[in-house]
Design a protein around this ligand. Structure first.
Ligand SMILES: [Zn+2]
Length: 463
């Protein structure tokens, strides 16, 4: 770190402005910026458009020059001595809070016991504004950098990153930068991701003691299902004993089997319990028509084991020195005509998507199933000796004294979208994961510390 610069003035400015930072976080978090149907000039709906206006108002108050990129992103600039840019890439959209039990309403943020509670406080509005206040304090303290600082505030990070794709169709990418949207100390690797579906038809009706009407599980491709349901016809008294986690409901025209589990993000599947796995393990014990369903279920059991998330059951488990694969069977759809299983596969940073897809094609062919790829993302890995990663790690360690090693994660961040970017904070390596959870919060002291860390990091990248 640059020892000739005295950052105490920057830190003092950040401390003095903290009440405003906190007030701005509360204001921005109170906007329920969940993606909705597009409207003219609002490609992600009206609430996200309101969040863009609010973020631009805050940035302009702090002296940034801002603009709205057709509702896809907002940008805010602090010009430097030359036009080359350092980028801070955050997002204004949030995931919905429906179906979650919150102590206080998710979009009526509140400060209690030294924490700010609200949807988006951690992911990603709090850290985004902390970085903005950090950059403001640099300028306010008279530290004009060589490079310009550009905030890019995306509006569609949670569902496809089309905001950044749109941005890159209009502007050159910044020379380098970070996204404050994962964990400290710094994320030097992100596993590759493939979402795929395997489908099979059963043309022959056949006959068996039970007949399948339908089955269904999975709300999103990247979530461990917490619920799964199947409808059958047959004699309820002939069913095998029900295990824990499955209940039977007898309706007039069907037997309904409901399995429950624990939802989790597919990048951390061990935190969940797959209801789909539980349901198929039970269904596979039943002799069921149409012909072909039982064989399909046997395979589903092997591929979606409750006790294994490595991909071993599918024969695609893989690992390298940095990372190992995870596999979640995240959706199930069975009908009287056909069946489909959907998967979220995260593969090690040393593999390529091409290799993985090649293996999946072979697997589908071997099992006479149709393969559909719905999302493919290459892994990201900076390697040990990368200047950007080293700089951010050094800044973090000098300020916090925390010597955790750099991270390789299963989640995909914005860093995958722009070359020369890494994810940097805001969550602490050992802290519980709060993003996307009920009662999402950020410690006020940590928000303040993030502003100081980001100020120093922006200076180091832009000086
Ligand atoms: Zn995020």
């Amino acid at each position: 770190m640059d020892k000739t610069i005295d950052f105490s003035a920057v830190d003092r400015l950040i401390e003095a402005s903290y009440p405003q930072l906190e007030a701005d976080v509360l204001r921005l978090v109170s906007i329920p910026s969940v993606e909705m149907e597009p409207q003219p000039g609002m490609p992600f709906g009206p609430e996200i458009a309101r969040a863009v206006d609010c973020a631009l108002e805050i940035s302009s108050k702090l002296g940034f020059v801002g603009s709205n990129v057709d509702g896809y992103c907002a940008v805010a600039d602090l010009p430097g001595l030359n036009p080359e840019q350092v980028g801070i890439l955050g997002h204004l959209d949030v995931v919905p809070a429906e179906g979650q039990v919150w102590t206080t309403p998710p979009f009526a943020p509140q400060v209690r016991q030294g924490r700010i509670y609200g949807r988006g406080v951690v992911d990603d509005k709090g850290p985004l504004l902390a970085a903005m206040y950090g950059a403001w304090a640099l300028r306010e303290a008279g530290l004009v950098c060589n490079r310009s600082v550009r905030f890019i505030m995306g509006c569609n990070e949670e569902s496809g990153c089309n905001c950044v794709k749109y941005y890159l169709s209009k502007y050159d990418p910044p020379a380098c930068g970070f996204t404050p949207d994962a964990s400290f100390p710094v994320v030097i690797g992100e596993k590759g991701i493939v979402h795929f579906r395997l489908r099979q038809a059963w043309p022959i009706a056949g006959s068996a003691p039970f007949s399948l009407l339908c089955a269904q599980a999975g709300a999103a491709a990247n979530v461990v299902p917490a619920m799964a349901e199947a409808r059958l016809r047959g004699d309820a008294t002939a069913l095998p004993p029900l295990p824990d986690g499955i209940v039977l409901r007898e309706e007039a025209d069907a037997l309904v089997l409901c399995a429950t589990g624990i939802g989790a993000h597919a990048s951390t599947p061990e935190e969940g319990e797959n209801a789909l796995s539980r349901l198929v393990a039970y269904l596979a014990q039943i002799d069921v028509a149409p012909q072909g369903v039982s064989a399909f279920l046997q395979r589903a059991v092997q591929w979606s084991r409750l006790d294994d998330y490595t991909g071993a059951g599918l024969g695609i488990a893989d690992a390298d020195a940095q990372s190992s694969s995870t596999l979640v069977c995240s959706s199930l759809r069975l009908s009287a005509q056909d069946g489909e299983l959907g998967f979220d596969l995260r593969f090690p940073v040393s593999c390529s998507a091409e290799e993985v897809v090649c293996r999946l094609k072979q697997l589908a062919a071997d099992n006479h199933m149709e393969l559909e790829l719905t999302h493919v993302a290459e892994p990201l890995f900076l390697g040990e000796k990368n200047r950007l990663g080293e700089t951010l790690l050094r800044v973090y360690r000098e300020i916090t004294g925390d010597m955790h090693a750099p991270l390789v994660i299963g989640g995909g961040t914005y860093a995958k979208e722009i070359p020369g970017f890494v994810a940097f904070g805001p969550e602490l390596a050992d802290a519980p994961m709060l993003c996307h959870q009920a009662d999402e919060y950020m410690e006020c002291a940590h928000l303040l510390r993030c502003a100081k860390i980001y100020a120093r990091a922006i200076y180091e990248l832009a000086k």
